[in-house]
Design a protein around this ligand. Sequence first.
Ligand code: UDP
Length: 248
Amino acid sequence: MGTSPRFKRILIKISGEALAGEGELGIDTNKTFSLAGQIKEVHDLGLEVAVVVGGGNMIRGETLAKSGMDRATADYMGMLGTIMNGLALQDACEKQGMFTRVLSAIEMKSVAEPYIRRRAVRHLEKNRVIIFAGGTGNPYFTTDTTASLRAVEVGCEVILKATKVDGVYTADPKKDPNAQRYLQVSFMESIKHRLKVMDSTALSLCMDNNMPIIVFDIFKAGNLRKLIDGEPIGTLISNTEEVILDGR
Ligand code: UDP
């Protein structure tokens, strides 16, 4: 191996739907296993890896609230969904030889450790992959905001937001043939133009704390490793004002 990796401590945000089959709910064990394989590739480089898992494949609070349920109750159910996902990802990671801990924002002592910041940092120092589950523990938030919060709290250098698309676009590429992909864009632009990156709470937290985000396609095998190796994968969102579009 030539150069050392460009980061030492990273946070990967994995949405719930990445753990499910195409257009399905629940958990697809093969998909979860292959996600864990990508995590292993970068963990093996010596990186300290924290993961935040979403819960959209189980329950989205907002959706249940629209059909009549109390919003806070629905959100708590959503958070419980993220804990199930966390356990599924833990299982897949451990089957591939990584040591892991699931840290939950909602106390559930028999299945996961409670989230304690200093403990989380210690796990990272001991090379355990930590999986943050239970969101922030508060309704009306998202797991994207959880990712921003935890990344800042435990001192990660970057958030890698794993998605199904290869970055952030000026418009929806499925609807607009002129949509262009950003190679680089600022937090301010993302908020102003309501680009579909993360919700504004998550983006503001990153902006105020200078926490860069890279949005990338995790479904292309080896992409996460390539990104860590410094290849220009995905879209970088940071406080740098200069906008760079993909000129292809
Ligand atoms: N949620 C919440 N507070 C949090 C994180 C999540 O209430 O801090 C709930 C919310 O109802 C959300 C659900 O958990 O819809 C699943 O999380 P999210 O939608 O962020 O998952 P993803 O889109 O990443 O799969």
